[in-house]
Design a protein around this ligand. Structure first.
Ligand SMILES: Cc1cc2nc3c(=O)[nH]c(=O)nc-3n(C[C@H](O)[C@H](O)[C@H](O)COP(=O)(O)O)c2cc1C
Ligand code: SF4
Length: 440
């Protein structure tokens, strides 16, 4: 392992076809499982806790601590659920784990199942990941035939295209065959999760790191990354960088290094305008903030979130109002409608941003935009309501002059020349007719 650039999650994927069981075994695959099964379950969880493995799905909650909250003595089974729904614009890290190293995820599931005493694992895969589903199904079949499952059942479940099903309680509803909508909490899944039983839910990349922790030991693992967040992450660089793609680096690598040294800098020699560090749902950072290390605490101290490690790079051709509108159209479309601030607020935001972009807005609309954001933030049933606010509120705060230029100049200062292609996933620029539902 290269001490300067340790590769854990994607180790061996460049040299081997790790979708094949024999090749995964040739690089030491399933040895960690053997070692873990020789240990008491609590010893396995103690190792994971000592490694301070923080969840790679968004919130960065320590996996070991989450497992310690699992209710005991309930007389019900304990379930392990893997979140492979990956639908945030800009996020595509788990996709590579699923399609290039499926056995690492299966091995991580089996080690964790041993650690928490679970016999049933569910992997919830984004519906659009059809190829990844096939790869996982074949790998699972190979692992089963080779007798590796040890009495554990692993179920692969395909989602049906709803972003909200990545939210853990909506995911559980969906797994149970209900409409995918978040549950009120408490109770939290470790106490009352799938089918009312104690449930551990983790992201694909969190669980796929578990075999390396057992292989290296917590002490060695902790030397990688930063003390508050050891290990690596696969960073998905997209937007206006010269070489977009997935790159595994240690936590604590700065945004500047990731953008300029790793992803080749800004495409076409353009100027950097903005960086959205954790997927479309997190607050934007300016070029002055790119020396921030990419780890949970540093990025939060800078006013944003690590999110799904999806770094979206924006160059000087981009209109921030158009970008906010595109983000908001996504969240409006994906809002499940269960609670009012999010269901109605996302429509208000789309309507106001459309008005401003089309040159029909005035200065009071900017205040109204802020007011709607204030009324949504922290007042929704799940975090999607906040995700819908962060892009709009942070672009308005940091690029307010551009919003003002739209209203004062009665139109977009970029005219037809703004480029947001490839910056977020393409979306329909024309929002549905909102006049009937909301009056701004
Ligand atoms: C709207 C919404 C979408 C989410 N989508 C995902 C997702 O696709 N994958 C994921 O791992 N976590 C997603 N999360 C976070 C999960 O609710 C949960 O925190 C995570 O799966 C826990 O795993 P971790 O502790 O290993 O990070 C989403 C949260 C929200 C509110
Ligand atoms: S915040 Fe939005 S997505 Fe979440 S429960 Fe409320 S309406 Fe549904």
């Amino acid at each position: 392992m290269d001490a300067n650039n340790p590769i854990l999650l994607m180790a061996g994927t460049q040299e081997h076809d790790l979708t094949r069981l024999d090749e995964y075994r040739a690089v030491g695959g399933y040895k960690a499982l053997e070692r873990a099964r020789a240990l008491e379950p609590q010893a396995v969880m103690d190792e994971i806790s000592a490694a301070t493995l923080r969840g790679r799905g968004g919130a960065g909650f320590p996996m070991g601590r989450k497992a310690s909250l699992l209710a005991k003595g309930t007389g019900k089974p304990t379930y392990l659920v893997i979140n492979a729904d990956e639908s945030e614009p800009g996020a595509f890290k788990d996709r590579d784990v699923l399609r290039m190293t499926p056995h690492r995820l299966i091995e991580g599931c089996l080690i964790t199942a041993h650690g928490i005493g679970s016999k049933s694992v569910f992997i919830y895969i984004r519906g659009e990941y059809a190829h990844e589903f096939d790869v996982m199904r074949d790998a699972l079949e190979d692992a089963r035939t080779a007798g590796l499952l040890g009495g554990v059942t692993i179920v692969l479940h395909r989602g049906a295209g709803a972003y909200i099903c990545g939210e853990e309680t909506a995911l559980l509803e969906s797994l149970e065959g209900q409409r995918g909508q978040p549950r009120p909490r408490p109770p939290f899944p470790p106490v009352n999760g799938l089918y009312g039983a104690p449930t551990q839910i983790n992201n694909v990349s969190t669980i796929a790191l578990v075999p390396k922790i057992i292989e290296l030991g917590a002490a060695e693992f902790s030397k990688i990354g930063v003390p508050s967040a050891p290990g690596t992450a696969v960073f998905s660089l997209s937007g206006n960088v010269a070489e977009p793609g997935n790159y595994e680096r240690q936590l604590g690598t700065t945004l500047r290094e990731l953008i300029y040294d790793v992803a080749g800098g800004i495409a076409g020699g353009r100027e950097l305008k903005a960086v959205i560090p954790g997927g479309s749902s997190v607050p934007v950072l300016t070029p002055a903030e790119i020396d921030t290390p990419m780890d949970y605490d540093s990025i939060q101290a800078a006013g944003s979130f690590f999110g799904s490690a999806a770094i979206i790079v924006v160059d000087d051709r981009c209109c921030m109002v158009q970008l906010a509108l595109r983000a908001e159209q996504f969240y409006m479309h994906e809002s499940c409608g269960k609670c009012t601030p999010c269901r109605v607020g996302t429509r208000w935001l789309v309507q106001l941003l459309t008005k401003i972009e089309e040159g029909r807005g005035d200065r009071s609309d900017l205040d109204l935009l802020e007011g709607v954001c204030d009324r949504m933030l922290g007042k929704s049933l799940c975090a999607l309501g906040d995700f819908a606010v962060y892009p709009v509120a942070s672009y308005l705060e940091k690029y307010r002059g551009e919003f003002e230029a739209h209203v004062d100049g009665h139109g977009c200062p970029f005219g037809g020349a703004s480029s947001i292609e490839g910056t977020f996933a393409p979306s329909d620029q024309h929002a549905p007719n909102l006049a009937e539902t909301v009056h701004a």
